[in-house]
Ligand binder design. Structure first.
Ligand code: NOJ
Length: 495
């Protein structure tokens, strides 16, 4: 009852800024602002076993366990973009986007997972894709690894094996040398928090290992090492001739303190550090956030362990990691209220949630997307989130590398994108946050991982029963086209 009271109180406090009277920002975006859209290889390409591509962990999981997705689906065919990339680029061109964020399928380029054998046909696909983008004046923004780890490498432990830093380093060198003359923006990994929580913590993504509080930290540690190695390869061997930038894409909700009490503010910061700072701090400052170090070390000791569950970087690794994000790229979709709570007692098994020691929730009156339950539409939180990043990571250049809505109601999608972009524009104007690009997820409906084809994120609709996967514009495509063309969110914009 008491707890219920606290939650009600917190909801009343934080839901007051529902901002019904909010007016969409009508300032034009700067001329060089990058409007874009995003996809990833496994979610759109199909052609899973064509031209020498070998299976990734997602092929394996969906083939071996069709029930992994509610519609028993997989990415075997997906959006057929392996064959339809020219058509996709026509849509991008018509929309007027400046950049297209897509990913490379590791096992299409390196069928063994290693750099011993380069698959020329796989390489040709990406060469053609990039060439076609350049012809159309669209900047390729390339994610080197977006969750589809080659199965050969998972067999050796995947991200639990510290050798992944070398496997990834070699792969990265191959793609820099193959495509780097035409790529100015590189992303090493997409959403490492999901790779590690999903793959090795909660087990909702392949390889579906359940070891919360333990192996997600190991995964993150090795992934960060791999990121740093790739950044240095680029920096030392390619940057001077290719002149691009390289970063990592992290993902985060906006975390909003439940009240003005100091304890709740600290709780919200703690949550940011455990979710976003887990990756952002090492790549900016060389190590995990102090609060993470302290709390996980303490709790590990209290569990009778002689070693912390949060691994430790050597001094050499800290130096390698520090400053390995040339820009700050993040994906964001929703928000949570965060509240102080008493430290949870030590119990078995451990968990990252208990390590954080804060409570988070979403008020029920926050607007739902029509699809997953975690997804509440909270546009006003965008400004605070951007300000938090500005204040904690030395005022970086920021790319919003994904934002968008899964819904069956396209009007809602337009509302979502318009409002999120407007609060982003506010942050640029009123808080001087240096956002240089915004990327809608996604240009078209696609394979939404463990949810299969049941979730619709696309500006273009695809009927997955149609064997041609015909693309059909939704009104939101027209809306975004207008934004790209006018650099403006309303009918009347001012400079
Ligand atoms: C996160 C991932 O990067 C992307 O692959 C996914 O489809 C979208 N966000 C939506 O969940």
């Amino acid at each position: 009852m008491f707890l219920y009271g606290i939650v009600l109180f917190a909801v009343a406090v934080v839901s007051s800024p529902l901002k019904n009277d909010y007016v969409i920002n009508n300032k034009r975006f700067p001329e060089n602002f990058m409007f874009g859209v995003a996809t990833s290889a496994y979610q759109i390409e199909g052609a899973w076993n064509v031209d020498g591509r070998t299976p990734s962990i997602w092929d394996n999981m969906t083939h071996m366990n069709p029930d992994f997705t509610p519609d028993k689906s997989n990415g075997d065919v997906a959006c057929l973009s392996y064959y339809k990339y020219k058509e996709d680029i026509k849509l991008l061109k018509a929309m007027g986007v400046k950049h297209y964020r897509f990913s490379l399928s590791w096992s299409r380029i390196l069928p063994t997972g290693y750099a011993d054998k380069i698959n020329e046909l796989g390489v040709a696909y990406y060469k053609n894709l990039i060439a076609e983008l350049k012809i159309n004046d669209i900047e390729p923004l390339v994610t080197i690894s977006h969750w589809d780890l080659p199965l050969t490498l998972e067999a050796l432990g995947g991200f639990l094996n510290e050798d992944i830093q070398w496997w990834f380093q070699d792969y990265a060198r191959v793609v820099f040398s193959l495509f780097g003359d035409d790529v100015k923006y590189w992303i090493t990994f997409n959403e490492p928090r999901q790779t590690c929580m999903g793959g090795y913590g909660y087990g909702y993504y392949p390889p579906a290992i359940h070891s919360e509080g333990l192996l997600e930290y190991v995964c993150a540690h090795n992934l960060l090492r791999a990121h740093a190695r790739a950044w240095h390869v680029y920096n030392n061997e390619f940057r001077s001739t290719q002149g691009g930038k390289i970063s990592i894409v992290v993902d985060t909700s906006a975390y909003i303190p439940a009240s003005d009490n100091e304890e709740d503010k600290v709780a919200a910061d703690t949550k940011y550090y455990f979710e976003l700072g887990w990756f952002a701090n090492p790549v900016h400052y060389g190590d995990y956030p102090e609060i993470m170090r302290t709390r996980v070390d303490q709790r590990s000791r209290a569990e009778g362990r002689s070693q912390s569950r949060l691994p430790v970087f050597t001094d050499e690794e800290k130096n390698l990691l520090k400053g390995t994000a040339d820009f700050f790229a993040f994906n964001t979709y929703s928000a949570n209220i965060v509240q102080h709570m008493d430290d949870p007692p030590i119990s078995y098994p451990p968990s990252k949630y208990q390590d954080q020691g804060v409570r988070d929730f979403q008020p029920s009156e926050w607007q739902n997307s029509t699809q997953p339950s975690w997804f509440k539409i909270v546009p006003w939180c965008m400004r605070g989130l951007l300000k938090w990043i500005k204040d904690h990571y030395e005022d970086p250049d920021i790319l919003i590398s994904e934002n968008g809505l899964c819904t069956d109601d396209d009007e809602k999608r337009i509302y979502y994108i318009k409002n999120y972009m407007s609060y982003m524009r506010d942050a640029m104007e009123l808080d001087d946050v240096k956002v240089f690009g915004y990327t809608v997820w996604s240009i078209m409906d696609n394979f939404e991982w463990q949810l299969g084809y049941t979730q619709k994120y696309g500006l273009y609709e695809i009927d997955f029963n149609d064997e041609n996967r015909t693309r059909k514009a939704r009104p939101s495509a027209e809306f975004y086209t207008n934004v790209c063309k006018t650099r403006c969110l309303t009918d009347e914009c001012v400079d």
